[in-house]
Write a new protein. Structure first.
Length: 321
């Protein structure tokens, strides 16, 4: 519990020592091939000062270098310590080195860790992978990074995957909008959350979740949620994108706008935590809970946002559910 509320973190990434999402498609590889390795590295280098400015702005420590990774068993132990330290009931890792690897990690602490499948819906065996991930490996949802998928997300070729999600009764978390830190992807075939409109209409029994309040596409995300009652949002990340859109936006404004539009049952807390030594991004929880209290939301609505909605989508027993 934190400040009298149960907390379930619906959106985090397990900091594995292998690629975090190896089966998400070839968008980044294709992008690097198009611009060339030298140009890609130069973009990264020029973007680094902005990432460093962001880190200092939040007072976060520098991430451990890759060569200092202690191994996934130790990372898992460290994560349990973080959950205990900050009073977090459960955490959902939406990526973690492929379905099989993430399932193994979650099996080490099944009462605290929940994992999502995270492979491209356009793989030839995408449906079979998803069914195995849920029925055999015990994963409880499906996570996609739309700007890392080459094909249009609404392509009917992926409909069998959405049908399988409906059959399995699992939530689908799909990132739209800005992808990555400074120097990342700002335009792509699948950047706009409204690309999900027809899919959500065709599959109303599937619960879709758009993270980061739409990640710089808040107007489109609000329109999508208004039009499709099976679409929710999560609150994860620093939400630094509010600086890049017109108007003087704040995180409290986003909570108020989405609360007024879709109510408390479709807003889900997440942190987007991953790397150490930062671990759980406690600042995000503190700031977001403060905003909800400052908006004078009823406590039962706050509890829905910070645990109850996640528990319902994931079919968990919960004091908040």
């Amino acid at each position: 519990m934190y400040e009298g509320f149960e907390i379930i973190d619906f959106h985090a990434h397990f900091p594995t020592d292998r690629p975090w999402f190896p089966d998400m498609g070839d968008t980044m590889k294709n992008y690097i091939d198009r611009v060339g390795e030298r140009r890609y590295r130069l973009i990264q280098e020029k973007g680094r000062p902005y990432s460093e400015h962001w880190r200092r702005m939040w007072g976060f420590p520098k991430a451990e270098p890759r060569e200092a990774h202690p191994g996934d068993r130790e990372q898992a132990r460290r994560w349990v310590e973080e959950l205990d330290k900050y009073g977090i009931s459960k955490i959902v890792f939406v990526t973690g080195g492929g379905n099989e690897h993430l399932a193994e990690i979650c099996s080490w602490y099944p009462d605290r860790f929940i994992g999502f499948a995270h492979h491209s819906p356009f793989l030839p065996d995408a449906v079979e992978r998803l069914e195995r991930a849920v029925k055999e490996l015990g994963l409880r949802g499906y996570k996609l990074l739309a700007p890392m998928i080459e094909e249009p997300i609404e392509d009917p070729a992926a409909f069998p995957v959405w049908e399988k999600c409906a059959e399995l009764g699992i939530p689908v978390l799909i990132h739209f909008g800005i992808q990555g830190s400074s120097g990342g992807i700002a335009w792509h075939e699948n950047i706009n959350p409204l690309k999900l409109h027809n899919v959500a209409k065709f599959f109303p029994e599937v619960d879709f979740v758009v993270p980061h309040f739409g990640c710089a596409w808040e107007r489109e995300t609000l329109q999508l949620c208004w039009s499709c009652p099976n679409v929710s949002v999560d609150t994860s990340g620093s939400l630094q994108w509010i600086r890049w859109v017109p108007g003087e936006l704040t995180v409290k404004y986003l909570f108020r706008k989405f609360y007024e539009t879709i109510g408390p049952s479709r807003i889900i807390f997440g942190s987007d935590s991953s790397w150490f030594p930062r671990g759980f991004a406690f600042r995000y929880l503190q700031d977001q809970l403060r905003d909800c209290l400052d908006l004078n939301m009823p406590e039962e609505h706050i509890q829905m946002i910070f645990a109850g909605n996640a528990a319902r989508l994931l079919k968990l027993d919960s004091v908040a559910g």
